[in-house]
Design a protein around this ligand. Structure first.
Ligand code: SAH
Length: 348
């Protein structure tokens, strides 16, 4: 299989044509990584909120159903970007059905391995590789959890000679970061241009392009999106590229395609991209505050009453999702809606 030789192929491309951008390196590495495995869970590389507790997907689903109800119950489609194992969707769709909302399901997913996992939990889904494959009628009820952090980023680095792009070079099969020759000072926001030597500024062109496309479709068709990820309100200085493997951090330039490469999501820039398409963007709000506003404590109590033996583990899971020292503050949510649509709960 040609994919098995990703490091060799990348090395050859770099030897022939010169260093590649970090975005090219990250894009190629993650495409291979997700295509060839299910990375989630205790035996995988990382765990996500829907894999921690059913409460996460249920509350997101109830929030979408509530919005759909307040919008007058239009014909609608459930769309999820990067659904992983399909756990969030299964929990959300069950909660939505209980509220009378049973839309057709569209998964935007490139990995054949994960599509197979998703089909086990949500057999009625349709798959697409991007939004072009989702029909242009019906309001869109959109979810993306830990999707945008996996998209390729560019890094600009402040050197003594000004701002340069981070490139990836290669010696034998060892990959390493270098800085390019070309100057990038004119595209650095003026207030950040004078940052100290060594400072890193990240941009996420793929994430911005997807948000613009998504916002355009939401404006045209009606609907809303809830985007959840770890991140910040930028643009801001900071190198957030990280690689995880077996639940630990590793060197991002090692073993391309065998470890998960991510970067923190710049929510302010994504909100601005949505507004550029005339959508309404609200947030980011912290995940802990959002889940609390959506009623996680009442949901926990109801589940604990039904199965008292689970009360303690429900509390542990709730704390993991909500508490500031755990996922509650670093993870944030952005809402994007069509003009005239109600804001989802928790996004005052
Ligand atoms: N949302 C899930 C999984 C997060 S992992 C959860 O919370 O558990 C990232 C997901 O995005 C995976 O399903 C991966 O295959 C998918 N993905 C990554 N890059 C993608 C791309 N460019 N296009 C579509 N899906 C992508």
């Amino acid at each position: 299989m040609s994919d098995a030789a990703l490091p060799e192929r990348l090395a050859r491309a770099i030897t022939l044509a010169g260093p590649v951008s970090l975005a090219q390196f990250m894009g190629a590495a993650n495409a291979h990584y997700y295509a060839t495995r299910d990375p989630l869970g205790a035996n995988g590389d990382f765990t996500t909120a829907p894999e921690i507790s059913q409460m996460f997907g249920e509350l997101i689903g109830l929030s979408l159903a509530d919005q759909w109800d307040r919008a007058g119950r239009p014909a609608a489609r459930y769309v999820e970007f990067g659904p992983g194992r399909g756990t969030l969707a299964a929990d959300a769709l069950r909660a939505m059905a209980a509220a009378g909302c049973t839309p057709p399901v569209h998964f935007v997913e490139t990995s054949p391995t994960l599509r197979a996992e998703q089909a086990k939990r949500v057999p009625q889904a349709d798959w697409a590789v991007d939004l072009v494959g989702v029909p242009e009628d019906g309001a869109l009820l959109v979810v993306a959890n830990e999707f945008f952090d996996a998209l390729p980023i560019r890094q600009l680095v402040r050197t003594p000679d000004g701002w340069r792009e981070r490139l990836v070079a290669c010696q034998d099969t060892l990959f390493l970061p270098i800085v390019g020759q070309r100057g990038f000072d004119p595209i650095i926001p003026p207030h950040l241009r004078g940052a100290p030597v060594g400072s890193v500024l990240e941009t996420a062109p793929a994430a911005v392009a997807i948000v613009r496309q998504l916002a355009k479709r939401i404006v045209a068709q009606g609907g809303c999106a809830i985007v959840i990820d770890y991140g910040y309100s930028g643009p801001a200085i900071g190198d957030t590229l990280q690689a995880v493997r077996g639940h630990g951090f590793v060197n991002p330039y090692d073993d391309p395609g065998e470890q998960d490469l991510t970067a923190h999501v710049d929510f302010a820039t994504l909100a601005e991209a949505a507004r550029a398409e005339d959508a309404v963007a609200c947030g980011p709000v912290e995940q802990g505050a959002l889940l609390t506003a959506l009623g996680i404590d009442a949901r926990m109590a109801a589940l604990a009453q039904r199965t008292p033996g689970r009360a303690e583990s429900l509390r542990t899971d709730r704390d993991r999702l909500v508490e500031a020292g755990q996922m509650g503050s670093l993870f944030k949510a952005l809402a994007i809606t069509a003009p005239g649509w109600p804001m989802p709960g928790g996004f005052a």
